[in-house]
Design a protein around this ligand. Structure first.
Ligand SMILES: Cc1cc2nc3c(=O)[nH]c(=O)nc-3n(C[C@H](O)[C@H](O)[C@H](O)COP(=O)(O)O)c2cc1C
Length: 375
């Protein structure tokens, strides 16, 4: 059997040596000021591999974009040097790194918003669920509908964030259009009841995503911009009357815009209760460049999907949290560490940089050296 997972692939001008991508993973470990720090540097360095693509944790483009406290930001020039040290270290190992651009929209609480204001959304409809502070979760607050004249400054925030990512040495940017965050809230009709140019028919609901993607393209060129979507996700109380039509329209729009890749979170088996989910097999005929698939993959299921031709790269999330040497483990069919859910969001090096690598000589696990850089 051909080992497609370990065969090379070009994404735009960037040559990858294997198809194992680190999925974007919010870990809430930045320093005061939402600055990338030494602990994050160690974490990403551990996970970088020659010719391997890492996608950063989602990084807010504005303070109003926060729903997870201490996510490392990209809304302030002061955040550039910390990210630069991380991309330099990843590049020194031969790796590549994209930054994920984020605005949570309504998936936030007043306690996380500037001056305790209401979170922003296309329409004033509250989501079920909780935002994350360093002290635990808080229920989402009722959002406020964005005024029409507030939208261009938000698009400009994406543009400026993309420019900072360029200065910080990333290899490209990924628009976070997934998981019920702001661009997704505009896209799906359950969360967008606007009657202006950003609401109503799908071409209007897709306008926000199109404009922020174009802003990133203006900075980077289309072959350095990817877009992440969850066409079958319900996280964030998302709903749409016709997901097939909505996401087919978006895939076609992004094909026309010539973005480098579509990053699709696959429907959960037995999870999202949709009889006819929109997965990569639906979008593949509409999008000719790279498709990254994510969501519950093992080495075997990844290989099968690559063989089908419906995806070109496979992103791994939780497996990458628990296995700094995931790429080697998959390559050599070594067993994986189990992840600890309690240390996903916030905290120190525990459950972040202290997962052991696999020691093949002794066929047992050895501990990585790790410094408790933040308390
Ligand atoms: C702790 C944690 C943080 C996550 N943060 C992000 C994020 O910042 N951006 C994003 O697009 N997805 C995020 N996700 C979703 C993952 O990227 C991925 O799609 C999901 O975990 C499914 O893949 P897996 O089964 O390989 O873990 C997160 C998931 C987890 C578990």
């Amino acid at each position: 059997m051909a080992d497609l997972l370990f065969s090379p692939k070009f994404v735009g001008p960037m040559r990858l040596e294997h198809r194992v991508v680190m999925a974007p993973l919010t870990r809430m470990r930045s320093s005061i000021g939402n600055l990338p720090n030494d602990l994050m540097l160690e974490y990403y360095t551990q996970r970088a591999t020659p010719g391997g693509l890492l996608i950063s944790e989602a990084s807010p483009v504005a303070l109003t974009g926060y729903g997870f406290e201490r996510a490392a930001g990209i809304y302030d020039d002061a955040q550039i040097p910390g990210w630069k040290r991380i991309t330099d270290a990843v590049h020194a190992k031969g790796g590549r790194m994209f930054l994920q651009l984020w605005h949570v929209g309504r998936q936030s609480a007043r306690i996380l918003q500037p001056a305790g204001a209401a979170p922003l959304a296309p329409s004033a409809i509250r989501a079920d669920g909780t935002a994350w502070t360093l002290n635990g979760t808080v229920p989402y607050d009722m959002p406020r509908a964005l005024e029409l004249d507030e939208i261009p400054p938000l698009i400009d925030a994406y543009r400026q964030a993309a420019a900072r990512a360029l200065q910080a040495g990333f290899d490209g940017v990924e628009i976070h259009g997934a998981n019920g965050y702001l661009p997704d809230q505009f896209l799906q009709d359950g969360t967008n009841k606007r009657t202006d140019a950003y609401g109503g028919p799908v071409e209007n609901r897709a306008r926000f995503l199109r404009e922020i993607t174009q802003a990133a393209i203006d900075v980077w060129g289309a072959d350095r911009v990817g877009v992440r979507l969850t066409p079958s996700g319900s996280y964030g109380s998302m709903s749409d009357n016709n997901r097939h039509a909505t996401f087919s329209y978006v895939a076609t729009m992004l094909e026309t815009m010539e973005v480098a890749y579509l990053h699709i979170v696959q429907p959960r088996i037995g999870g999202d209760a949709e009889p006819d989910p929109v997965d990569v097999s639906v979008l593949r005929p509409l999008f000719s460049r790279t498709i990254i698939a994510a969501g519950g993959f093992t080495a075997e299921s990844a290989e099968r999907l690559l063989e089908s031709g419906n995806a070109d790269l496979i992103a791994f999330g939780r497996a990458f949290i628990a296995n700094p040497d995931l790429v080697l483990r998959l390559r050599n069919h070594w067993p994986l560490n189990r992840y600890d859910r309690l240390t996903f969001y916030g905290g120190d090096f525990h459950g972040y940089t202290d997962y052991p690598t696999f020691n093949s000589d002794e066929n047992e696990q050895s501990s990585l050296p790790s410094q408790p850089t933040i308390g």
